[in-house]
Design a protein around this ligand. Structure first.
Ligand SMILES: NC(=O)c1ccc[n+]([C@@H]2O[C@H](COP(=O)([O-])OP(=O)(O)OC[C@H]3O[C@@H](n4cnc5c(N)ncnc54)[C@H](O)[C@@H]3O)[C@@H](O)[C@H]2O)c1
Ligand SMILES: O=C(O)C(=O)C[C@@H](O)[C@H](O)[C@H](O)COP(=O)(O)O
Ligand SMILES: [Zn+2]
Length: 353
């Protein structure tokens, strides 16, 4: 696959202007959510190509990453003269880049899209790599496509208005990227003080983190093999997230991933010999900053059932991505149901719930 077109911006407006000048399209549409409309779109007000462009806005929150909102966006595009040569500029977090990407993939069988990520989650992960989609039937990203944007323009100055919970949410994916990389990155990630955020350092870490994803996606864009590394923490994490939606107490994606990492590193320790010392360090770090995800034994069967829908599964077997060491990824690992339930216990004991 061609290299992902990811630009770490020094001057977002002029770099977006230049990029848009370099591509051919007939009409540009902007997609935002209700928060990014107010907080982020004004940071693009000098870009000439955006003057007079229709802005489509959906209500913020991952529960809106659904087919009803997709239909509403398709409708606006349809009624406002979008053609196959139109371009959709997604300005927002992962909710917007996932859903906008999916709309772009499907409208008239595919129009151009460009992502301007505005959260940490979208900057290091969601906006890059071409996985697009929506939640469906209570399951995360159940409907979607691989459809890379033409370009991703990352500018960390958006992060200044991001609240702490969403900063933590994105940081969980950076912890994941570090765990699948090497000890040096891992140590740097676990030394970062999330109580006193050094934004200059965070900017550098964003560039390094997204580079981890870019390298893997270039090698395996459609998740036939090594891209499954990027799903570390998500087999259990998505089950925790879906359960939280079902209970009407939604947790942020990255918070569920952080909890999923704890459970899956436990499985890594049990099945692949991942060092207990590192597992303890990760638990200590995550426990220090992340709120606990509350569930009890009565939820175990529901969580296990949710995991039977994971996209890495084959022939009814739940496939995990595990680690034998930091940077040593073991894909397609099956684990007994007993051990999976034990990994829920491990999370609850570690977080004292
Ligand atoms: N496609 C992928 O590879 C991939 C990777 C990771 C996550 N995801 C998906 O991404 C979604 C989560 O993304 P997210 O964490 O960015 O959530 P999000 O897009 O819902 O944004 C979180 C909140 O922050 C607000 N916000 C956005 N930018 C802001 C800013 N600059 N200042 C203040 N507030 C701002 C949003 O309005 C929203 O309320 C999930 O659906 C997840 O499944 C996809
Ligand atoms: O890009 C990938 O590949 C990932 O798995 C990144 C994940 O952080 C992301 O949450 C992704 O959307 C999960 O995909 P899914 O296939 O498990 O739905
Ligand atoms: Zn994720």
């Amino acid at each position: 696959m061609a290299a992902q077109n990811v630009i770490i911006c020094k001057n977002l407006q002029s770099e977006l202007q230049n990029f848009l000048q370099s591509v051919k399209y007939d009409k540009l549409f902007v997609l935002t959510d209700s928060n990014t409309l107010e907080l982020c779109l004004p940071m693009l007000k000098e870009v000439p190509q955006l003057q007079g462009a229709p802005v489509i806005t959906v209500e913020a929150g991952d529960t809106n990453k659904n087919i009803e909102q997709v239909t509403a966006i398709w409708m606006r595009l349809c009624n406002e003269g979008a053609s196959r040569n139109s371009l959709l500029l997604n300005v927002g977090g992962g909710m917007i880049t996932d859903m906008g990407g999916f709309v772009a993939a499907t409208f008239k069988r595919g129009i151009h899209s460009v992502n301007v990520p505005t959260t940490l989650m979208a900057s290091v992960d969601a906006a890059v790599g071409g996985k697009t989609g929506i939640n469906f039937n209570g399951l995360k990203n159940e409907i979607g496509s691989f459809y890379p944007p033409l370009c991703v323009l990352i500018d960390s100055s958006f992060l200044k208005t991001l609240d702490r919970d969403n900063l933590l949410s994105g940081y969980a994916e950076m912890v994941k990227h570090a765990l699948i990389s090497n000890m040096e990155t891992y140590r740097a990630i676990l030394s970062f003080d999330l109580d006193r955020v050094d934004y200059t350092l965070l900017n550098q870490m964003v560039a390094q983190s997204v580079a981890v994803k870019e390298r893997i996606v270039e090698e395996d864009p459609k998740e036939m093999g090594i891209r499954k590394a990027l799903n570390l923490g998500h087999t259990v994490g998505h089950a925790y997230e879906s359960l939280s939606f079902r209970k009407g107490r939604p947790v942020l994606h990255g918070h569920a991933v952080a909890a999923g990492l704890v459970s899956e590193l436990y499985l890594s320790y049990k099945k692949c010999g991942f060092p207990m010392e590192i597992l303890s360090q990760v638990v200590y770090y995550l426990k220090k900053y992340y709120p606990p995800f509350f569930f009890n034994c009565d939820d175990y069967e529901a969580l296990y059932e949710l995991m039977t829908h994971d996209k890495k599964n084959e022939g009814g077997i739940i496939n995990f991505t595990l680690l034998s060491q930091v940077g040593e990824v073991q894909i397609n690992q099956s684990v007994t149901k007993e051990k999976v339930l034990e990994s829920f216990d491990f999370y609850r004991e570690s977080f004292g719930i």
